[in-house]
Ligand binder design. Structure first.
Ligand code: DGL
Length: 281
């Protein structure tokens, strides 16, 4: 771990391919306002959802390593695609070499742990990127905990580019949202709960609600991931005491900081005070 920060203490790193992880960070800030956070958006290389396993793994590892270099003892992959395609290898192969005392956690497990009480029909729908759907991470994780639940996935390749380009509220977006919601529900009419298995999708929630019939639950991950992080730190005081608590938030992006500031403002209302810097990998 020679090139990593020697500092044992630091902010919690929150990583996403772009702006989606802000929908997770928002909930973390609500329940853990004292903690320091660095948000890392790899906006220059987004989307990850249509990329191969190898590429998502390599990009994610680069970004996690950079967050370690910035002093983060703990990094949350606030990205389902990265959690599905890179988390396991990073935890098992890379962390022991980089620094076995640091931790990287994903967001799929905390999400699926909560679905049991939400579905009555035991038929769940998953809206996610092609990478997450193809990885089968959701049906596999759900199957381990609740083998009686049936999961049907629908890949929505165009939704992330719509969000990243600031088109979440446009009329054209409704067309693509409707297409995938209807396709999902036609594959399994018994679905009573839909997981938004991509952190960008809560940014499309108004449009999604227009096409999901009443009575079907829509699960956004933020609150579950934030609660799970809190519980993790309670169970791991040795990590909790390494996470600094001065209430600071920093944002880094592989795009221009100006672009990040404009777009992130759509998602985080007090953008005027955002401390954003651009980095190259
Ligand atoms: N926000 C990411 C996720 O949760 C993926 C976005 C992308 O395709 O880059 O899957």
């Amino acid at each position: 771990m020679n090139s990593l920060s020697a500092n044992d203490h630091g902010p919690i790193g929150v990583f996403d391919s772009g702006y989606g992880g802000l929908t997770i960070l928002e909930h973390m800030l609500k329940v853990m306002p004292q903690n320091d956070f660095i948000y890392f958006g790899d906006n220059a290389r987004t989307p990850y959802g249509t990329r191969s396993f190898q590429v998502v793994y390599e990009y994610t590892l680069q970004c996690v390593t950079r967050l370690f270099e910035m002093g983060c003892p703990l990094v949350i992959l606030a990205c389902n695609t990265a959690s599905a395609k890179a988390l396991r290898t990073i935890q098992q192969v890379d962390l022991p070499k980089l620094d076995p005392t640091r931790r990287v956690l994903g967001i799929i497990r905390p999400t699926v742990e909560n679905i049991d009480s939400l579905t009555k029909t035991r038929h769940i729908g998953l809206l996610a990127t092609p990478g997450t759907v193809k990885s089968l991470s959701y049906p596999l994780e759900i199957g381990k905990l609740y083998p009686d639940i049936e999961v049907t996935g629908e890949a929505c390749p165009i939704w992330v580019p719509l969000v990243e380009n600031g088109l979440a509220k446009s009329a054209g977006t409704d067309f693509f949202v409707r297409q995938h919601v209807e396709s999902l529900l036609s594959k399994d009419p018994l679905i009573d709960t839909i997981i938004l298995g991509c952190t960008h999708y809560p940014l499309l929630i108004d449009s999604i609600r227009r096409f999901v019939p009443e009575g079907i639950n829509i699960i956004c991950q933020g609150q579950y991931v934030a609660a799970s992080l809190q519980q993790y730190l309670e169970r791991h005081p040795e990590m909790a005491c390494r996470c600094t608590m001065t209430g600071t938030r920093r944002f880094v992006t592989t795009e221009s900081s100006q672009t990040f500031l404009q777009q992130a403002g759509i998602f985080l209302p007090d953008n005027a005070r955002l401390d954003v810097s651009s980095i190259s990998l």
